[in-house]
Write a protein that binds this ligand. Structure first.
Ligand code: GYE
Length: 328
């Protein structure tokens, strides 16, 4: 080996030793090729995939909390089971996520697990439905809808458009969820104020099309007379509409149909005359959650409670163009 070659060999050895030393020193790993290390990690415990509303909500979160926007979203679908949400939150805590977003199934039962998140120093943002906890410092803030007002909006439409006796079928959502509680309270207030309104059936269809259809089929088989269906979401209304059609009834004409969510398909059913009135519930919380996280990262304090703006639709003024412009 000549001098230059010996010198080269020594340099290579030194470089190799250096690389080995760094590798074993337990230092900060080199940033991953895709920059994953610098992403803000958000664990999102989602209720499930029970409705069009829910799917639009999940998509909105995925689009906003995307790697392009600087986030890694860990999505957990709880299949409408609170126990699964509690497990998901514990997993997020173990993984050391930066933020937890919870869309809660029901209002009660969160104190213990949110206490654990607080002890771990992880901010919790609640979206969509509300929670009821003894200590409100267990969550950072909440973003969602005023479900009681939604119920009142439906009742106001009934008062304005339907006179005289009314036999009402009430399809409820998940019992104990804010969406069910508020929309039911609205109808109950209407029933109390209108002795000429009669509740002929009330039951929970868990916000799903299949259960909405099942409930209506059972009711139709019993030959109970009714004039109106108050369905606490669109998917249960779709199921009810299928059951009515199969029984030879014209939904929207023989039976008045009121629903909640105002998803694209439901609005098209207003255009075809099968749904009479639909109260909007806005699922596009992704950008709102993103804005809250950005505020928190800047050290700011977001408002504790944010109610989103919502409207309602009947056939008047509704068109394909309006529906196409809505994004869900
Ligand atoms: O109305 C329903 C969904 O909590 C607002 O949950 C949400 C409700 C929505 O399954 O379709």
């Amino acid at each position: 080996m000549n001098r230059a070659a010996r010198w080269m060999a020594l340099c290579c050895l030194l470089a190799l030793a250096g690389a080995l030393l760094c590798g074993c020193a337990g230092g900060r790993p080199a940033p991953a090729q895709d920059g994953a290390e610098s992403l803000v990690v958000v664990g999102f415990s989602q209720v499930g995939a029970e409705s069009d509303w829910r799917n639009a909500n999940t998509l909105s979160m995925q689009q906003a909390l995307s790697p392009e926007n600087g986030y890694r979203l860990i999505l957990d679908d709880a299949q409408q089971k609170q126990e699964r949400q509690i497990t998901a939150i514990r997993n997020f805590i173990n993984q050391g996520v930066d933020y937890i977003v919870l869309a809660p199934t029901t209002e009660k039962g969160w104190d213990t697990v949110l206490g654990e998140a607080k002890a771990a120093g992880i901010p919790v943002i609640i979206v969509d439905r509300m929670i009821e906890v003894a200590d409100t410092s267990l969550f950072t803030c909440w973003i969602g809808s005023d479900f009681r007002r939604e119920g009142d909006t439906a009742v106001a439409w009934m008062e304005e458009h339907l006179q005289g006796p009314l036999r009402i079928v009430h399809l409820q959502g998940n019992i104990g969820s804010s969406a069910q509680i508020g929309r039911t309270e609205g109808l109950d207030a209407g029933l109390a104020a209108h002795p000429e309104w009669e509740l002929v059936f009330r039951g929970s269809g868990d916000f799903t099309q299949a259960k909405g259809q099942e409930l209506m089929e059972a009711l139709l088989a019993r030959d109970t007379g009714f004039d109106l269906i108050y369905s606490e979401n669109d998917n249960m209304a779709y199921g009810a509409i299928d059951a009515l059609r199969a029984a030879g009834l014209a939904p929207g004409r023989d039976v008045t149909i009121l629903s909640f969510d105002a998803s694209g398909h439901a609005l098209r059913l207003i255009l075809s005359g099968e749904i009479n009135f639909d109260v909007e519930c806005n699922p596009l919380h992704g950008p709102r959650v993103q804005a809250v996280i950005e505020q928190l990262r800047r050290g700011e304090t977001p408002p504790k409670f944010t109610y989103v703006e919502e409207t309602a639709f009947d056939a008047e003024g509704l068109s394909e163009a309006v529906i196409d412009g809505r994004g869900y």
